[in-house]
Write a protein that binds this ligand. Structure first.
Ligand code: GUN
Ligand code: FE
Length: 426
């Protein structure tokens, strides 16, 4: 399985939001799919492992997308003149309805998985649709790609058109159980995640039923939270007994604690919501490009970090138009500068090291020991040829990384590994 090997190159990884490690001419050891360490020389103990000398190429952890919609890849970039709720009604729901047709799903999901495979992300939390055959097909394609993903069949039994809305809570729950039973033990790298779309899409009965399935199966949960002003106001009307949006999930037992939970956006999260997420260990998937495209706003990421929340980055395709989490890093930095300038002068802008941390180790924590090259971390890595970004002066490794982040598309990934397995190598 080629899970024992050594890569030599310019190794960069995060230890913490402030500690970006860069080591030129370093030996990065993969042993049984796990990082056994980064060394200045080739250790005696690993001389039997095959060595690939990558020269001065950058070697970084695979990137983590904590929030992406597979069925939205096909229409990325369209409808971007609308806000969230109008965009869902005019573009998203009609498009997602098409995934009842397995032929359509095959064409669209193949393109999505190809793009994800070629790009820098090795892990993703993926929304599918409510359709079982298409969701299973997506999982088959992702499994074959070598990427490591959590995939959710979407639950939605209200406030959507007939072709997409599930007929009842009972139907939705029955399908969810059938989906879980049908894929049990089928995959090595692809696992299910419960996916109530968001509060406006799910009746109380459905939410209670999802919580019961969660209890039985012990699965993680993903959803949307406090994304856009119109949506937040709607949830306030729908849930008069909830103290705030996140409290509505919490009342159903679907908000962290013993339930590994990732919530996308949190643009409008107030102090109470931040406090609850902190108490319950809820992960935030920060999706800066989507938040700009759908006029949602600028999430208070600096506040999340200083309050110790667990935060990663999401592409939120097709709210965002780019699958690459390098792009999300640059967007997160840029949006944080606008927030500092226009919204709150106490919210200092994100640094490159912080954004890189969010897109690797920060989001990786949702998958376990993932997103770093510290010893014991699962071996997800990218070898990057950034020679097209060379300058007539010498760049430090950190400066080279900054250019890769900001000049997404101008560097080339020449090899990609997930859990020590080769996804591709040139
Ligand atoms: N809220 C509910 N569904 C969606 C979706 O598909 N995309 C985004 N960005 N927000 C949502
Ligand atoms: Fe989303």
């Amino acid at each position: 399985m080629h899970r024992n090997f050594v890569l030599k190159g310019t190794v960069c990884y995060s230890q913490s939001p402030h500690a970006l490690v860069t080591l030129p001419d370093a030996y990065l050891v993969c042993e049984e799919g796990v990082c056994a360490g980064v060394f200045a020389g080739w250790p005696e103990a690993y001389r039997a492992f095959p060595l690939t000398d990558c020269g001065t190429k950058l070697i970084v952890p695979g990137l983590i997308d904590l929030h992406v919609h597979a069925p939205q890849y096909a229409f990325r970039g369209l409808g971007m003149d609308l806000e969230l709720l109008e965009w869902l009604a005019a573009h998203t729901f009609p498009e997602e309805s098409k995934y009842r047709d397995l032929g359509y799903a095959r064409e669209a999901y193949t393109a999505f998985v190809d793009a994800l495979t070629r790009g820098p992300n090795t892990r993703a939390c993926v929304f599918a649709t409510c359709h079982l055959p298409a969701t299973r097909l997506l999982m088959d394609l992702l499994e074959a790609s070598g990427l490591v993903t959590l995939v959710g069949k979407v639950n939605m039994d209200r406030n959507a058109p007939d072709g997409l809305r599930e007929a009842s809570a009972e139907n939705s729950l029955r399908d969810t159980r059938a989906w879980l039973e049908g894929i049990e033990k089928r995959y090595e790298r692809t696992a299910p995640i419960l996916t109530p779309r968001f509060i406006p899409s799910c009746t109380d009965e459905l939410m209670r039923g999802i919580a019961a399935i969660q209890n039985e199966w012990g699965l993680p949960v993903q959803s949307h939270l406090s994304e856009n002003p119109g949506e937040i106001a709607w949830v306030r009307e729908l849930c008069p007994n909830a103290a705030f949006y996140g409290d509505a999930y919490d009342q159903f037992g679907l908000f962290g604690g013993d339930v590994p939970t990732v919530m996308a956006h949190c643009v409008g999260s107030d102090e109470r919501e931040i406090e609850r997420m902190s108490e319950k260990g809820v992960f935030v998937a920060h999706c800066p490009q989507s938040n700009a495209n759908l006029s949602s706003g600028i999430a208070p990421v600096r506040r999340f970090l200083s309050r110790g929340l667990r935060v990663g980055l999401g592409s939120d395709v097709a709210g965002g138009c780019h699958t690459s989490i390098f792009r999300a890093m640059a967007d997160a930095i840029q949006m944080s500068k606008l927030r500092w300038r226009l919204v709150d002068a106490d919210d200092k802008a994100l640094s490159l090291a912080e954004a890189f941390y969010l897109g690797t180790k920060g989001g990786g924590a949702f998958f376990g020991k993932v997103g770093s090259f510290e010893t014991g971390y699962e071996f997800d890595a990218l070898v990057i040829d950034d020679s097209a970004l060379a300058a007539p002066f010498t760049l430090t490794p950190e400066e080279r990384l900054a250019r890769v982040v900001y000049s997404e598309g101008e560097s080339r990934i020449v090899a990609k590994y997930a859990r020590g397995r080769t996804v591709f190598a040139a």
